[in-house]
Design a protein around this ligand. Structure first.
Ligand code: HEM
Length: 528
C-alpha cells in the first residue's frame, strides 16, 4: 500500500487527470488497510424534528469524533474531534471551502467575506481585517454604551408599567443598532436619529429597512434548514408572495447600501486625508469609512456584499449570545449575584470604559461560558477541495463536512459537568480561553485563517451590554412564561422568545446638590 500511495502522489504531481487518480484510488481501496469512517444509519427522521445539532450530539456519543450521515444520495461527515477540527480549520485549511454554506448564503451575501473562497476571500480578508484595528474597537466602546443605555430606557419604561419584556427581540434590536452604526454609520434606531442631511435622507426609508433586514434573515435561516432548495424552482420563485417580499427587501437594502457608499465616498473625497494604520474618522468611525479612506480598490457590488456580510454576522451572533447569557443567568442566581457584585465594584453607576472592560473579569468568564454552552453558530460548514486524511481516515474531494462546535463544547470526556453553566471553570487569573490555548476543544470564534474578524469587537460589545444591564436591573423569567426551547437557523434561537420580568435595581443617579440635604438629615435647612 505504501507503493500505491507513492505512485498516486507521484502521478498527481505530474498532473495526471483526476479521473485516473480516482480510478486508482478505487482500485487500491481494497488493498489499503485504512479503516472506514463509521456510518450512522436510520437517523434521518430525528434530524428533521429537532434543532439538528441535538441528534448529532446523541450520534456523536454513539459513533465518535467523526462519522458519516447519509440522506438518500447526500452524505455528510460530522466532525466532533478537536484534532480533526484543527486540521480542517487551521493546519490544512487551504484544502477546504465553505461549500453548502456559500450556496445557501449567496443570495444575501453574494461573495462577501463569510461565503467567499479562494482568491476573492484572500483579497477581501486582507482589506477588511485592518479596519477592525484596536483603536477602532476602543472607539466602539462608547457606541456600545449608548446603544445599551437606550435599551435600558425601554426596560425602565416596561418596569414602570409593570410589563414583562421579550428580551430576544430587544437584544436583536440592540445589536442591529450597534452593527449598523459600526459597519456603515447607519442609525437603525429612528428615535435617536440626529437630523443631519444623511439622516433625513435615510429616515424616510428607516422603518422599512429594519423589517427588510429581518425578512432577509429569516429567509437565510429557512434555507439553511431546508433539505430541498425549492426557492430555486423558477415559477415558484416568481409567484410565492414570501419570495417576492424577500426580493423587494433585498433590493431596498442594496439601494440603501449603495446610497451609504456614495455618501461616504463624498465624505472621504472632501476630507484632508492622512491615511495610516490606525486611521479613524472622528465623525464617522465606521468600517466602510476606513475601507474607502484606505483606497480599497473594489467593485461596489463586492463592497456591498462585504458590508451586508458584516451586518448579518455581527448582528445575529451577538444577539444570540446575549439571549442565552441572560437565560443562563436567570437559571443560576448565584452566578448573577457574583456578576452584579463585580459590576458594582468596578463600575459603580458609571458607563463602562475600555479600562473597565479589562477589569470585568468575571463578566468576561460568564460570556466565555455562555459561548461554550451555546456556540453561535453551533456548527461550522466546509467542503473538501482535495482528497485528505482526517485522523486515521482517508476522505475524498467533495465531501460536505459539519464541524459540530456544540459537540466539541459539550464533550463529556473533556469537560467536567459539561452541561453545567459554571463560569468558575475558567480561572479569573488565567488566560482568556480561545481555540489556541484550549487546543480546539473550545472555539467560540472558529479558528485558523477563517477565524471571526469581529471577535474583539463582539467580546467588548457583550461585556459592555451585560455589565450595564445587570448593573441597573434584575432579571428573572416572567411568571407563566413558556419553557425556553431551542430552534435553529444560522444561530440558536428560542422557540417562543425569552420572556422576562425586569426590575430596576438602583435608583437613577442622583444630582449631587440634591443629595447633600438628604445626607445632612434634620440639620439641613432644605429638608422642611
Ligand atoms: C466568522 C462567530 C461577531 C464578522 C466567524 C466564525 C465564527 C464567528 C464561529 C467562523 C465561521 C467559520 O469558520 O465558518 C462570531 C460570534 C460573534 C461574532 C460568536 C459574536 C459574539 C462578529 C462581528 C463581526 C463578525 C461583530 C463583524 C464586525 C465575521 C466575519 C467572518 C466571521 C466577516 C468571516 C471571516 C472569514 O471567513 O474570513 N464568526 N462572530 N463576527 N465573523 Fe464572526
Amino acid at each position: 500500500s505504501g507503493f500505491i500511495s507513492l505512485l498516486k502522489n507521484g502521478l498527481s504531481k505530474f498532473g495526471a487527470p483526476s479521473g485516473m487518480l480516482e480510478l486508482l484510488s478505487q482500485w487500491t481501496g481494497a488493498h489499503e488497510d485504512y479503516p472506514k469512517i463509521p456510518e450512522a444509519k436510520g437517523a434521518i427522521r430525528a434530524i428533521r424534528s429537532e434543532p439538528f445539532f441535538i441528534p448529532l450530539y446523541e450520534l456523536y456519543l454513539t459513533y465518535g469524533g467523526i462519522f458519516r450521515l447519509t440522506f438518500g444520495p447526500k452524505s455528510f461527515l460530522i466532525v466532533s474531534d478537536p484534532s480533526i477540527a484543527k486540521h480542517i480549520l487551521r493546519d490544512n485549511s487551504k484544502s477546504y471551502s465553505k461549500g453548502i454554506l456559500a450556496e445557501i448564503l449567496e443570495f444575501v451575501m453574494g461573495k462577501g467575506l463569510i461565503p467567499a473562497d479562494g482568491e476573492i476571500w484572500r483579497v477581501r480578508r486582507r482589506a477588511i481585517v485592518p479596519a477592525l484595528h484596536q483603536k477602532y474597537v476602543s472607539a466602539m466602546i462608547s457606541l456600545f454604551g449608548q446603544a445599551t443605555d437606550r435599551l435600558c430606557q425601554k426596560l425602565d419604561e416596561a418596569d414602570s408599567n409593570g410589563e414583562d419584556v421579550e428580551m430576544e427581540s430587544l437584544f436583536s434590536r440592540l445589536t442591529l443598532d450597534i452593527i449598523g452604526k459600526a459597519v456603515f454609520n447607519y442609525d437603525f434606531d429612528s428615535l435617536t436619529n440626529d437630523t443631519g442631511i444623511v439622516e433625513v435622507l435615510l429616515l424616510v426609508l428607516d422603518s422599512r429597512t429594519v423589517e427588510a433586514v429581518y425578512t432577509v434573515l429569516r429567509e437565510a435561516e429557512d434555507r439553511s434548514v431546508q433539505p430541498i432548495p425549492f426557492w430555486e424552482i423558477p415559477i415558484w420563485k416568481d409567484i410565492s408572495p414570501k419570495q417576492r417580499k424577500v426580493k423587494a427587501s433585498l433590493k431596498l437594502i442594496n439601494e440603501i447600501l449603495d446610497n451609504l457608499i456614495a455618501i461616504c465616498k463624498r465624505m472621504v473625497e472632501e476630507e484632508e486625508l492622512q491615511f495610516h494604520e490606525d486611521y479613524i474618522n472622528e465623525k464617522d468611525p465606521s468600517i466602510l469609512h476606513f475601507l474607502l479612506a484606505s483606497g480599497d480598490d473594489v467593485s461596489s457590488k463586492q463592497l456591498r456584499d462585504d458590508l451586508m456580510t458584516m451586518l448579518i454576522a455581527g448582528h445575529e451572533t451577538s444577539a444570540a449570545v446575549l439571549t442565552w447569557t441572560f437565560f443562563l443567568l436567570s437559571m443560576e442566581p448565584s452566578v448573577m449575584s457574583k456578576l452584579q457584585n463585580e459590576v458594582d465594584s468596578v463600575l459603580g453607576d458609571r458607563f463602562p470604559t475600555i479600562e473597565d472592560t479589562k477589569k470585568l473579569k468575571y463578566t468576561t468568564r460568564v460570556i466565555n461560558e455562555s459561548l461554550r454552552l451555546y456556540p453561535q453558530p453551533p456548527v461550522l460548514i466546509r467542503r473538501s477541495l482535495e482528497d485528505d486524511m482526517l485522523g486515521k481516515y482517508p476522505i475524498r474531494r467533495g465531501e460536505d463536512i459539519f464541524i459540530s462546535v456544540w459537540n466539541l463544547h459539550r464533550c463529556p470526556k473533556h469537560w467536567e459537568d459539561a452541561d453545567k453553566f459554571n463560569p468558575e471553570r475558567w480561572p479569573l487569573d488565567g488566560p482568556n480561553p480561545n481555540e489556541t490555548n484550549q487546543n480546539f476543544s473550545y472555539l467560540p470564534f472558529g479558528g485558523g485563517p477563517r477565524k471571526c474578524v469581529g471577535d474583539m469587537f463582539a467580546s467588548f460589545e457583550n461585556v459592555v451590554a451585560v455589565a450595564m444591564l445587570v448593573q441597573r436591573f434584575n432579571f428573572e423569567m416572567a411568571l407563566g412564561a413558556p419553557r425556553v426551547e431551542m430552534t435553529t437557523g444560522a444561530t440558536i434561537h428560542t422557540t417562543e422568545g425569552l420572556n422576562m420580568r425586569v426590575t430596576r435595581r438602583i435608583k437613577p443617579p442622583i444630582m449631587p446638590e440634591l443629595e447633600m440635604p438628604v445626607l445632612n438629615g434634620n440639620s439641613g435647612g432644605l429638608s422642611e
